[in-house]
Design a protein around this ligand. Structure first.
Ligand code: GLV
Ligand code: MN
Ligand code: MN
Length: 415
């Protein structure tokens, strides 16, 4: 039995070819990007492709009750696997690397191990988690949340999108409502490779980021209801126009985030007027507020301040305000041991790794609730992500996958 494999390298061409093939599923014509919103036909197409690769490799593939797909390469010893993975769903205007790199690099690591003939004591698993983006069904990181038992699968299946289609029905429709029980088996460790989606590694001239944790995330939906009326005949003084407080709230989110500084960020990313017509004072406006901070207390205060302001400006326009939590996750600190291991592996491979927290949410932050977890980042050109122009140099993608390979080998070589 071969256990020690210092020179093993992933097949970069195979990884890059698979990334391109997956990007064909839901490809946004005229761009390099993808629209593979969770549980759409394009998501099904992507899942089918990744599952076919897992099966070709001879992995034991299971689909669980929330549609997470897990492929396992059995180790020589019994016990829980070392797990890697990410997601393949995208935002409506997504790139080709966010999530997909983590899944396909995980698959590539396993293929490299299989081809080398190495038998590892621990099993290796690669997961594709359902609806990480939360762009169609809130909250984000839904599949990994259910996987770790932080949300009952029954509740997750009832979540609906804007057109009232439910997670359960959509999973059924695309054939991914699986039989494997949730919560899933607790891995012995979890490591996720992801593009940084921010500007830090590029600015610092580094190829490998070692992620120390993830900032807290708060998503709020606001529905403002006023009085719909004729745009030409309704005197200004008699209006109850929900667009006016909505616009004030959007500006407030920006100004409050600027004023707080530090890691505070704030975004109004969705805003829809109803009926959304040029000559009609809207009846209602639905908008979202995404607030994030590495400090959970500061984040809670920022959210409370935003809501207090929203109530005040709605009252001034005699507009009714309803608010609901779409997603709320505390900041996460990754496991010191796994962080150190990734840093050591990166140094051994000739990199000067850079430690940084993640601004984006990731499945790894859910896995961190149940097992030692950390992440590897590779640079994003111009810090762009959630954008079809998202790009990472092929050499950096391959370098990240090799750091993932040797991190997983160390973890899986432990008896
Ligand atoms: C997930 O991509 C997020 O919004 O951070
Ligand atoms: Mn992602
Ligand atoms: Mn994303």
């Amino acid at each position: 039995m071969t256990r020690f494999v210092p020179d093993l390298e992933i097949d970069g061409e195979r990884l890059l070819t698979r990334l391109e093939a997956l990007a064909e599923c839901g490809a946004l014509t005229g761009t390099a990007g993808c629209n593979r919103l969770a549980l759409t036909d394009a998501d099904r197409e992507g899942r089918d492709l990744v599952m076919s690769w897992m099966r070709d490799l001879g992995l034991a593939v299971r689909v669980d009750a929330i549609g997470n797909v897990v492929g396992v390469l059995e180790g020589t010893d019994p016990g829980p696997p070392v797990m890697t993975g990410s997601h393949i769903d995208t935002v409506r205007t997504g790139g080709r690397y966010d999530g997909c790199l983590g899944v396909l690099a995980g698959l590539e690591v396993i293929e490299t191990v299989v081809m080398s003939g190495v038998r590892l004591p621990r099993s290796l698993a690669v997961a594709v988690f359902t609806n990480e983006e939360g762009a169609r069904f809130a909250p984000d990181m839904l599949g990994s949340l259910v996987y770790v038992g932080a949300m009952p699968v029954e509740s997750a299946l009832e979540i609906t999108d804007a057109s009232r289609a439910s997670v359960g029905d959509e999973l059924e429709r695309i054939g991914y409502r699986g039989a494997t029980h949730c919560p899933g088996e607790v891995p012995s460790a979890f490591v996720e490779l992801h593009i940084e989606q921010g500007p830090v590694l590029e600015r610092e001239g580094r190829t490998i980021g070692v992620v120390t944790g993830v900032q807290g995330i708060s998503w709020t939906e606001l529905v403002l209801s006023g009085q719909s009326n004729h745009a030409g005949t309704t005197p200004m003084g008699l209006r109850r126009d929900p667009m006016v407080p909505a616009a004030r709230i959007a500006v407030f989110v920006r100004e409050m985030s600027d004023r707080r500084g530090g890691s505070q960020v704030g975004t109004v990313g969705a805003l829809t007027a109803n009926p959304n017509l040029v000559n009609v004072v809207p009846a209602s406006v639905r908008m979202t507020v995404d607030l994030r901070n590495t400090d959970d207390e500061v984040l809670a205060v920022a959210r409370a301040e935003m809501l207090e302001y929203a109530e005040r400006v709605c009252e001034a326009e005699s507009v009714r305000l309803e608010d609901s939590v779409l997603a709320a996750s505390d900041s996460v600190r990754f496991d010191d041991g796994v962080v150190e291991l990734i840093g050591n592996v990166a140094i051994e491979q000739g990199h000067q790794p850079w430690k940084l927290p993640s601004g984006a949410g990731h499945d790894a932050q859910m896995l961190a609730r149940v097992c030692p977890t950390a992440m590897i980042f590779v640079p994003s050109r111009d810090g762009l992500s959630h954008n079809p122009a998202e790009f990472t140099e092929p050499d950096d993608l391959v370098a990240g996958a090799n750091v993932l390979l040797h991190t997983l080998l160390r973890l899986a070589n432990q008896p």
